[in-house]
Design a binder for this molecule. Sequence first.
Ligand SMILES: Nc1ncnc2c1ncn2[C@@H]1O[C@H](COP(=O)(O)OP(=O)(O)OP(=O)(O)O)[C@@H](O)[C@H]1O
Ligand SMILES: [Mg+2]
Length: 538
Amino acid sequence: MKNKQERPFGGRDVHVEDNFSTYNHNMSNLDNRPGTAASADEKPYIEFRNITKLFGATTALDEVSFTIGKGQICGLVGENGSGKSTLSLILAGILPRTAGQIILDGEDWDPQNILAAQKNGVAMIVQETGTLSNITVAENLFLGQEMLFRKGLFIRRNGIFTEAQKILDKYGITDFRAETSTAHLDAQQRKLLEIAKGMYWKPRVFIVDETTTALSHSGRELLYRVMNNLKAEGSTVIFISHDLDEMMQHCDALNVLRDGHFIGSLQKEDFEEGVIKQMMVGRTLTGHFYRSDYDGYSDEVVLKADCITTLQDLLCFDLELHKGEILGIGGLSNCGMHTIGRALFGIDKVLDGEVRTADSKIIKNSKTAIASGIGYLSKDRDTESLGLLGTIRENIQSTGYIANRAFGPFISSRKERAYVKQQVDGLSIKIASQNHLVATLSGGNKQKVVFGKWIAADSQILIMDCPTRGVDVGVKAAMYQLMYDMKKAGKSILLISEELPELIGMSDRILIMKDGKVVSEVFRNENPNEQKLIEAMI
Ligand SMILES: Nc1ncnc2c1ncn2[C@@H]1O[C@H](COP(=O)(O)OP(=O)(O)OP(=O)(O)O)[C@@H](O)[C@H]1O
Ligand SMILES: [Mg+2]
């Protein structure tokens, strides 16, 4: 063991103290049903009146009523599955409502589809991927609008590219060009493209759903600038994120949803983290998120990258992950940290050098990685970690073919059901049935499914790239506890993260990367702070 033992999870104490009724009683400074984010003398700009949305037996929204003022950045917060995206998608003309009315600027608002909404000034950056892969950036920008570039019988393709490039230039997006194929863009670049696409419509209402988690620092700054410019021009921004610091910093008002119900609104002067969390979860959350121990880890190396070179980012890169270690990796977006996870799990080809396990098995591809007890949570969840066309059960049990075998090639469906149920219960995955498509889950619940499938597989090594992306506060705490439990059980975790508090809070050791190289190594017992890590990154 490398360092001394102290209190495991000493300060982490999440307890239930309240329910909805007592919470209302306690919070006399809140506006409650129907809420208003517009101040009393201001005319509301958007009014949701008893909006209900049913998906089969699931009530995603239950008579939600509240208002939003003009020229505001208005936050929508709530736990995973509380209905934030559903409400936004209805406003943006992407989903039909089951019942209720929306008034926008004094008029009834019921767009028939996304294009109708966009043309009338309501644009949205959706939580999941909002671009098509097999066409260019310019074609994505003007999808459905090609007629704007018609000349006689033909579409002026050059015109599309020129206009698209102008838009990218206007917003300072220099990472890619209008003629680039979208298939070559990473998650962050796709989000930047979606921001530009939304802005093309000069929206009077711009909805930004869980976008910042896909963005690096500079991408976030670009988005905040765009949002503030819109606000200055009198447009309204609806902003969704699980990062409460970010919400409190950028929003003028917050509206809270819980389980499809509207809970209340807070004006900026009343923002207080504890109050917001209590409104979101209906109970008081106290204590720390992160581990507070200084437990060490073994000297035994369980995974080793030996001078590996990849097509992108890494040139003769070395890394050692130890048994019982949580090894954090941080850096700016293009530092190569995401490539490490992909190379160690065998997704990105290792051109030179080797990735080896403790028993000297060489990881050549994902199949050998999985066979060696390695699991991987990709940053790009929908395309790399989930089978969106499969059910929740199929996704979780995909790692359990051996564990759930009855005899010979036959699988025990009883074992499989239990295998899946254990994860659904343990991670509180909000589902109506194991047999529903994973695509019907909210973003955070999808992330839990990915986490669950590797926990179920009893992975000895878990490579996690931005694991708590889009995950609410309660689930984050549960995930951190699970990571700690894995460590205590002698398993090893590679935690690649853009969130410095998470890296500092959970890692035994942190490697900071720049230009594909490790530029700094800090140990938990040195008590690193954010400033020190940032200095190493830039
Ligand atoms: N297409 C669908 N079919 C069935 N159920 C759905 C569908 N879309 C959403 N739901 C359900 O509606 C509820 C609300 O989901 P929604 O995506 O609005 O939550 P959210 O607040 O955006 O959560 P997150 O923070 O995880 O993104 C969830 O229970 C979800 O499973
Ligand atoms: Mg959502």
